[in-house]
Design a protein around this ligand. Structure first.
Ligand SMILES: [Zn+2]
Length: 268
């Protein structure tokens, strides 16, 4: 992939509210991509009994636009109003619940005001030895879980402007992510009282975000099974529109219950 040092030219504005699914539109320049890969053939699944879970409380407090030094993917993150504190609150609730049940829980952002790039969050999860990492977001009307799958990708202008396509290729990590995603979606469906689907994302028409179908943080987390959540309860709240505390608590309960189902603390 291209590694020439040229700044990414950013045009356009991000959607005001949601963060999961933008308008469906024409994908950005990704027609003739370089081959790229995030796979390395191994997975950091923890041995039975050692349960470390990483929780990623969405969004960054300041805008970040850079290239991931490992994969070359554009890592663009931005504050999103009420979502920032809403998801941090959910992350803390999940942490409290799971800690009381014997897990070690690492928050990948230590406070709502800490600026941490996607790569730095992935590195923190890896250093902690996380068997599973869970991203927590809200978006109006979107109740979904996005897993890693072999073949999912993001593509766009890399350093120097040359088209780059980065594909997720680690089969072991992807298989674990899909198992955990199914467990979390099932538990969330029950806790939230509506159907939470497991599906791929769609970043088409959301320039300057790269086109494709997997969140960047999940794409670059080659060896850590990642489960990316969006929540938008009835009433149209989520994203920059504050979600009521009762709804956030249901979201937190579903995620914690799902993690327990996916990754029991006791060996079978
Ligand atoms: Zn979000």
């Amino acid at each position: 992939m291209a590694r020439i040092r040229v700044a990414l030219v950013v045009v356009g504005a991000l959607a005001a509210t949601g963060c999961a699914t933008g308008p469906v539109g024409v994908a950005s320049s990704s027609a003739a991509p370089d081959a790229g890969s995030t796979g390395s053939g191994s997975s950091s699944l923890a041995p039975c009994g050692q349960r470390v879970v990483a929780i990623d409380p969405g969004h960054n407090p300041v805008r970040i636009e850079s290239f991931d030094p490992v994969t070359g993917a554009a890592q663009i993150d931005y504050p999103n109003g009420a979502e920032d504190r809403n998801v941090f609150s959910v992350a803390q609730q999940v942490q409290r619940t799971l800690t009381a049940r014997g897990y070690r829980v690492v928050l990948l952002k230590r406070s709502p005001g800490e600026s941490v790039s996607y790569r730095e969050r992935v590195t923190r999860a890896e250093r902690a030895g996380a068997a599973l990492a869970v991203s927590i977001h809200t978006s109006p009307g979107v109740n979904a879980v996005f897993p890693q799958r072999v073949g999912l990708y993001r593509s766009g202008a890399g350093r120097g402007g040359k088209p780059v396509r980065i594909v997720f290729t680690n089969a072991a990590t992807a298989a674990a992510s899909q198992r955990y995603s199914a467990a979390i979606a099932a538990a969330r469906s029950k806790a939230e009282g509506h159907r939470v689907s497991v599906r791929d994302n769609n970043f088409g028409g959301r320039a300057p975000l790269w086109a494709g179908n997997i969140p960047i943080i999940s794409l670059i987390a080659t060896n850590t099974p990642w489960v990316y959540n969006e929540f938008g309860p009835a009433g149209g709240t989520g994203g920059s529109i504050p979600v009521p505390a009762t709804a956030l608590s249901k979201y937190a309960r579903g995620i914690a219950t799902g993690i327990e189902a996916a990754l029991p603390t006791r060996c079978m």
